[in-house]
Write a protein that binds this ligand. Structure first.
Ligand code: GLU
Length: 494
């Protein structure tokens, strides 16, 4: 049925990058559209010409695309509808629902100060509301600049709406000021353009941040003045940092930008999964959701009422973002089909100089098996080329901590490791069982605890303190390389 259709939108103002808060808004709208087989519209609110460069728009589109949030219509650009916005403003003037206000900035400021000192409400006092047509014409002839204000109906009582998240929200008519809808340069303001666009796009639900609530009642008045039924509103909680501040690039840096998560090796869906939980809860303790599960589980009613906390301490070297985000990413890293992981890391391997075309050819099986083996301890896609470099290249670094703990603290390994190499050289075939038997036999013969040799071996062969089972490691790294690394380990003891 046409009137049951769900049409939602994401209307970012271009800033050059997609803020994670904006991404969360987009995700909620997108989920709602997908859940109800509705439409998700992308509309760029680019009326601020200076900030709306092609690059700043691209940043938003790239971010959404990377996250996998597909839109059904758009991107539309608000600037393309400038004439329509002006026409609607004119219509409101013609119908007596708006008026020209010639008060100067200085006059308004003086009034505001006076009202403040007398502890009165500082809203606009309506001086120009009742100018006669002659007075208006005269001021215009004199070339006095004006703004256009919306004429808030003089009514008793309250106007309100049923917020799908917060419940009934109301305000007395007498508390709403005649707000500006067109600037003195003739440009309609966001508050009006946004409504005109939402009407044209037949938006049924507006899911946006609580920071927009100051606009909502005024916008409902605009709908009424334009003879339209307002959409359903749902205002989401804000995301604050541990000090309860809004998270911004200025105070928090790159950690608020979606692009940065891509650079840090996030799996796009893992970021979606994390962001959804910042402000919505399934009513159970489930934290990991597939796309289908999330679409199924999502509902506006379960959007949290209170603000959510982005648990990030700037400068904490252990956590480059909220630890929950990292753990959700690590979960997806361990559980996605390994082929998907393989394609996600390819570019990074190329960049790091460790890509081999054979990974998509004759070495495919080895490659996938190795990725699968090493992923269990990793947190980001970057870890494969960084912590896992020794599996794919001979020029890898040894983690100094691991070197100290597993190798240098055991001077006996200086001789033992090369000796082990000689034993391993004889092994044929090279598999889990033969390597294990050889290693255990060697330790017994030398009277040394296997743990000591295994730890040293691990660090010398992989550069790491910990990792997968050592025999799996030996098998994937291969006989030749293991032996070479063991022999060369002498040089580590200075
Ligand atoms: N351009 C506004 C923003 O980026 C959109 C507000 C709305 O959703 O109505 O915050």
């Amino acid at each position: 049925m046409a009137n049951k259709e769900v049409i939602v939108r994401f209307p970012p103002s271009p800033t050059g990058y997609l803020h994670i808060g904006g991404a969360r808004t987009a995700i909620f709208n997108w989920l709602y559209a997908r859940k109800h087989n509705g439409k998700f519209i992308l509309r760029i609110e680019d009326t601020d010409a200076e900030r709306s460069t092609a690059e700043s728009i691209e940043g938003i589109i790239d971010g959404l695309t990377w996250l996998g949030l597909d839109w059904d219509e758009g991107p539309y650009f608000q600037s393309e509808f400038a004439e329509e916005h002006k026409k609607v403003a004119q219509r409101l003037l013609d119908e007596g629902k708006a008026y020209k206000c010639f008060c100067t900035k200085e006059e308004l400021e003086a009034k505001r100060k006076k009202a403040l000192s007398e502890k009165r409400d500082i809203k606009y006092d309506g001086t120009c509301r009742n100018l006669s047509p002659e007075e208006v014409a005269q001021k215009e002839n004199e070339g006095i600049p004006y703004v256009v204000r919306f004429k808030v109906p003089k009514r008793e009582g309250k106007i309100g709406y049923d917020d799908k998240v917060l419940g009934r929200i109301e305000k007395s008519y007498s508390d709403i000021e005649d707000f500006v809808i067109v600037r003195s340069n003739g440009r309609p303001l966001y508050i009006l353009c946004n409504v005109v666009d939402d009407i044209r796009d037949r938006i049924t639900h507006i899911i946006r941040g609580q920071d927009h609530m100051t606009n909502t009642i005024k916008q409902i008045l605009l709908y009424e003045a334009l003879g339209k039924k307002p959409p359903v509103f749902a205002h989401m909680p804000l995301t604050l940092d541990l000090q309860k501040r809004k998270i911004s690039k200025r105070t928090h840096g790159e950690v608020v930008s979606v692009q940065w998560y891509r650079e840090m090796g996030f799996i796009p869906w893992a970021l979606v999964n994390f962001l959804v939980l910042l402000g919505w809860n399934p009513g159970t303790d489930q934290e990991i959701f597939t796309k289908e599960e999330l679409i199924q589980a999502f509902s506006i009613e379960r959007i949290n009422k209170s603000n959510s906390v982005f648990n990030y301490r700037k400068g904490d070297p252990k956590f480059f973002t909220d630890p929950k985000a990292i753990s959700i990413n690590a979960w997806w890293l361990r559980h996605l089909p390994i082929e998907e992981i393989a394609s996600m890391i390819k570019d990074d391997f190329i960049k790091e100089g460790i890509w081999d075309d054979a990974y998509e050819g004759e070495k495919r099986e080895w490659f996938l098996h190795t990725l699968d083996l090493i992923r269990s301890r990793f947190h980001t896609l970057k870890d494969f080329a960084r912590l896992g470099r020794a599996y794919f290249a001979d020029d890898f670094e040894i983690d100094p901590k691991a070197l100290k703990k597993n190798v240098l603290k055991r001077p006996e390994l200086k001789d033992l490791l090369p000796e082990l190499a000689t034993v391993l050289e004889k092994i044929e075939p090279w598999d889990l069982k033969t390597t294990e038997d050889a290693l255990r036999g060697f330790c017994e013969e030398k009277g040394v605890k296997p743990g000591i040799v295994i730890n040293g071996l691990r660090t010398v062969v992989t550069g790491q303190l910990k990792g997968p089972g050592i025999f799996d490691v030996m098998v994937v790294i291969g006989k030749e390389r293991v032996i070479k690394r063991l022999k060369e380990s002498v040089s580590l003891f200075k």
